[in-house]
Design a protein around this ligand. Sequence first.
Ligand code: HEC
Length: 716
Amino acid sequence: MLPKSFLTPSAILGLTIVLLTSACSKQKENVDWPVYLGDSASSQSSDLNQINPGNVDQLEIAWSFDAQGVEEDGFTNMQCNPLVINGTVYLTTAKFNLYALDGTTGEPIWKIDPFEEISKSLPSPIESTGGTRGMAYWSGPEGDRLLLGIANYLLAINPQDGSLIEGFGNQGHIDLKIGLGRDVDQLRYTTRTPGIVYQDLIIMGSSVSESLPAAPGHIRAFNVVTGEQVWRFNTIPQPGEFGYDTWPEEAYKEFGGANVWAGMTVDEERGLVYCPTGSATFDYYGGDRLGDNLFSNSLICLNAQTGERLWHYQFVRHDLFDYDLPIPPNLLTVNQNGKNIPAVAQLTKQGYVFIFNRETGEPLFEIEDIPVPASTMPGEVASKTQPRPTKPAPFVREVLSPDQLNDVTPESKAEILAKYSTMDPHVPWTPGSLHKDSIVHPGMIGGAEWGGAAADDNGILYFNSNESSAILTMIDATSSGSPGEALYKQNCIVCHGEDLSGGTAFGQVVPSLIGIENRQDRGAIAKVIQFGGTTMPGFRHFSGKDVFDVISYIASPGQLGQHAEDADEGTQPDSVKFIHTGNNIWTETNGYPAIKPPWGNLNALDLNTGEYLWQIPFGEYPELIEKGIPPTGRVSYGGPIVTASGVMFIAASLDNHMRAYDMKTGDELWRTKLPYGGYATPSTYMVEGKQYVLIACGGGRGSPTGDMFVAFALPN
Ligand code: HEC
């Protein structure tokens, strides 16, 4: 008899593939992409080799699918990494509809609107969802199912026809706000990155508010058949639990965050799940959460069956920078001193690569504790040191020194230098100061980002990285202004800006609110505030008065910081005292980052030795290329995939191209302009002997938006 652990979904799929291969001729082979990012180890890797370095430049569009859910100037946030199972593609569109498509033609087989499905059995309106990166898949004796997180719900869907699976939770869905050990009904709680399957469990992370009040980011496992919650690991420890003493005594009742939003990785053989967490809320001020704040900013290794903690490592103590772990860890086998070691690698926004023994948590390269600056904020106590690996070298520059400032044109240089000279010289890990601009480098977008890193069988990690700085300015959120102003500062300023003019926040476009009252009636505005938009989170915990106050403030903002007689400090008991004026990525007039290029890289890192095999600028600005300036690299969102033929595929760059590279050398082998930016990670699969590479094209982030998927293949 086979041991039970052998019958994992991917093992069963593997068997299917073997059977198909042996039953039919090689030409009729089917190879799936059955897990988000390829497999449970987050490898972003495929054994396919039909497309190879010699023929990749012949790739052409095999099919494209346009769900037509957005206008060209609408809002979109398409980050889906599609699944492919038995030749059928499963994906989510800009408006979060779920489609099953024929993998050879892109023809729809069925479609559902998950919001509509949920509202069939629920009276209350469903809040907005922050976006979706895809779904999980499970198959077993009870029948297979897709597991899709939308807003605060997890749905179990029949892959054959899109119907909800009745026996799962409440008529096919469960409410993820239930079972956290705390009432989070009025708080934001969504899942953007799919959960990960281990045996008959789906393990779920969450996206929660980055401001207070916020839900806690506890990690949970649910039975894939019944929807029943099986275990919960408290990322904000409760009395008696390990790490409880790294917080104020009552913190576990009110503080939030420390959530896994970037996805998890499972070691199926060992039955372990690796969970990378984000910052504790509020991200930039922690005077009310003194201590290291375990298990925020940590990689936690849990027994996947029970949720019991085996080991953990915290990368940022008492985070004041929003240095969330932004990317799922990779599992690799590395060879050190002639010994094969099962390793887990974690990339960070700071540009560090940490590698541990998967079983023991022991670092494979020494980690040193470096002294870091103190905080000048009232009531704040920053950690005295932070961890830094001695190897591999950071993949971004650590210090924004004067000689590293943007010099692509004399004008850029002058503008950036003028601003730089008004601030204190950059020292890594300097927290924000009150009413003063400080440089944060790398900025909050990293470093590494959520698209994931690809790993091959030789212990080599392939990933894209961003490099930009931010300016952090802290202001007092409570002591002045009207109640509406205080609410605006605490909850809205991050995205809509100090002067209401919008811009970009968290890498997405945010509209201006100037003159909003002339464009929309108060009822419509109130609805957006309470329930959110496509990507804007809802503020359901706002009272009617709060909504009224904040609309009054938006309608006539006056001067921020002005004192108003009727300041009412009682409305938000557990809100933030000090707030920042937004995630201000520091760019000059043309939008180019403050730092000298490269602004984005592709990296191939050998984890056996800790040495980079190659690093090249990734992405470009056509107008700078025209001026004869060498490729500068550019911000990218979404990750690469690697294949057995030695070809790596990646879209992601804000220059809206999809490219193929030689994994050995980093040489570009092919590129094509996508109809809309492909800010997602591709999938690759084979149906009837033909290999496809599939990418979501949603655009946005400053370029036109669409709702398309494009599949490439070699000509017949
Ligand atoms: C995480 C970023 C974010 C935060 C925080 C945020 N918004 Fe938004 N807001 C958006 C985005 C993005 C849109 C565009 C609609 C969409 O796609 O969700 C938007 C749209 C709006 C609109 C509609 C604008 C229009 O022209 O139709 C209003 C009004 C609004 N926001 C008010 C607020 C208020 C008030 C707050 C604070 C209580 C707030 N927002 C907090 C991102 C944000």
